[in-house]
Write a new protein. Structure first.
Length: 314
């Protein structure tokens, strides 16, 4: 590992870092706009925590480490936790111990910050993938296991062709909900107070943040209220689904009303809206095997990637 320096990120590193990122992670490449939005502008970003491995004046590896410096709504600072959301070494520099050196440097940062665990990669608000793709990065997964990380859960991503979307039976399901005084429709301006209260009281804090951002885009003409499908009972919102482009979610139903078929109808109508907006495909980045079969499978979704969510105790 001759002539290698591991240091914090500098503003002038951007083009070389992106080149190294995209060479090291060919299935999860990012462009400049995404890097700035999800890394540099993240409220928890600190340049010293984006570790850069430099060899012979070239960026050959990196490790993006995060702790909460700003509380996340509904979660707080999570003072025991740290995250690595992306790391890699360019193919031509592998086999020299660079990856292990980056992990040691990362461990030092987390220990100094008194973190008890480090996870790859379930960090909100700006994760890139749920974890490590077990097929496409099998060698990387083995490496991280050697560094003390263990799989704590698995996640899958799924895709569906909306052109072939089969909504047979959805009208009947919706009629049954109507008998329970539950209506499924697009969000309206009058729903906003009840919708935000529903998210605050019944969904994850990061889902509320995400919805607020998309609603803000709607006020600027960058999205519409059609991006949200809601289930309403009286003056209460009890379930919802949202989409941006071909990505849909989050998607959830109030705990005490699950099992009634609300989620199926909300999802089906959301996908129908996506097709009406001209989208040919839909994808969800993070779900479980149980949900995949029970919810998404009936709308033609197929598994496209499997991820190992990893954690190491410090």
């Amino acid at each position: 590992m001759a002539d290698v320096t591991i240091r914090g990120y500098r503003g002038t590193d951007e083009p070389d870092l992106l080149a190294a990122w995209n060479a090291a992670l060919p299935w999860d490449q990012v462009d400049t706009a995404t890097f700035r939005r999800k890394v540099l502008l993240d409220p928890n970003f600190h340049p010293d925590w984006l570790l850069v491995a430099e060899q012979g004046g070239q960026v050959v590896g990196f490790c993006l480490c995060l702790i909460r410096r700003v509380p996340l709504e509904g979660v707080g600072l999570e003072p025991d936790k740290g995250w690595i959301t992306a790391m890699g070494v360019v193919p031509e520099a592998r086999g020299q111990g660079l990856g292990a050196a980056l992990i040691r440097a990362a461990d030092g940062l987390f220990l100094e910050a008194e973190r008890r665990s480090v996870s790859i990669a379930p960090y909100a608000p700006n994760y890139f993938v749920p974890g490590v793709d077990v097929e496409r990065y099998a060698a990387g997964l083995a490496f991280l296991q050697e560094q003390g990380f263990a799989t704590v859960t698995e996640a899958i991503s799924m895709d569906a062709n909306l052109v072939l979307l089969d909504l047979a039976g959805l009208d009947l399901r919706e009629a049954r909900l109507a008998e329970q005084r539950i209506a499924v429709r697009n969000l309206t301006p009058a729903d906003l107070p009840a919708f935000l209260s529903f998210l605050h009281d019944h969904m994850y804090g990061d889902w509320l943040r995400h919805a607020r951002e998309l609603l803000t885009d709607a006020t600027r003409g960058l999205a519409t209220l059609d991006n949200f499908t809601v289930a309403v009972r009286g003056d209460e919102v009890v379930g919802y689904c949202q989409f941006e482009g071909e990505h849909f979610g989050p998607f959830g139903v109030r705990d005490d009303l699950q099992g009634m078929g609300i989620g199926t109808v909300v999802l089906g109508r959301c996908l129908q809206t996506m097709r009406r907006h001209g989208h040919h495909n839909a994808w969800v980045l993070w779900t479980s095997d149980d949900t995949a079969e029970k919810v998404y499978g009936k709308f033609g979704f197929k598994v496209t990637r499997r991820f190992a969510v990893l954690r190491k105790e410090l």
